[in-house]
Design a protein around this ligand. Structure first.
Ligand SMILES: [Zn+2]
Length: 224
């Protein structure tokens, strides 16, 4: 049983959109795993080997329990690819996460859109009793969408002020992708986006999440 399972279209997307929140989870003792859908082999920068090494490095920075790569074809992800959907559904059943993080479905990169739809569909299949996969059916408690390029009006914003330096470090593990930036500093728009979301909750830095369902409050406590 896993607390949080994060799906990332390419190695580095999870860190870009939710690195601070992932670190906040592991820091608080939650069990977190990351599954990359592709190795990013179509990217102009870096080779498969380098990107996998970088992903491993970022995994260690964030203290994540495990990171897998499904090696789906980079640049050709499709939610009509039944095999890909079933592979993801099997992973969800295998790890039984309570919370799943998925990229937002609107984005300029077609792989990010496809990844969002593949995982959303897989979550649906993983709970269907009549779908016969290797593992018993599993229902995810909460599905949270995170931003890569596209933006939404958040359902909530995670305060990552304390975790922001580790988010930076995790992203800078992907040196082949962010060559032109120094080891200490993230690309400017990323910093500004985290600052913007932080400003909306009167904090220094934040990460935005979107839920399709209204957030369920079991009592008043969480609001104090
Ligand atoms: Zn990507």
């Amino acid at each position: 049983m896993l607390d949080v399972l994060v799906f990332s279209p390419h190695p580095d997307d999870a860190e870009l959109g939710a690195g601070g929140s992932i670190y906040k989870a592991t820091k608080n003792g939650l069990k977190v795993g990351i599954i990359d859908l592709t190795a990013g082999e179509m990217g102009s920068l870096g080779s498969i080997e380098i990107r996998l090494q970088e992903a491993e490095k970022a995994k260690n920075v964030l203290n994540v329990e495990f990171r897998e790569n499904l090696e789906f074809p980079d640049g050709f992800l499709s939610f009509l690819d039944e095999k890909a959907v079933f592979t993801v559904a099997k992973k969800i059943r295998e790890f039984e996460p309570k919370i799943v993080l998925i990229p937002y479905w609107e984005d300029r990169h077609p792989d990010h859109i496809a990844a969002s739809n593949i995982v959303t569909k897989a979550i649906h299949y993983s709970k269907l009793k009549k779908m016969d996969f290797e593992h018993p059916h599993h229902t995810v408690d909460n599905v949270l969408y995170y931003e890569i390029n596209g933006q939404f009006t958040p359902s909530f914003i995670m305060d990552i002020s304390e975790e922001f330096p580790i988010k930076q470090k995790a992203i800078m593990s992907f040196q082949s992708q962010f060559k032109e930036f120094s080891k200490e500093y993230l690309p400017f728009p990323l910093i500004e986006r985290c600052k913007y979301y932080g400003s909306l909750i009167s904090s220094d830095y934040g990460e935005a999440f979107l839920m399709k369902n209204p957030f369920k409050l079991k009592d008043w406590q969480i609001l104090f």
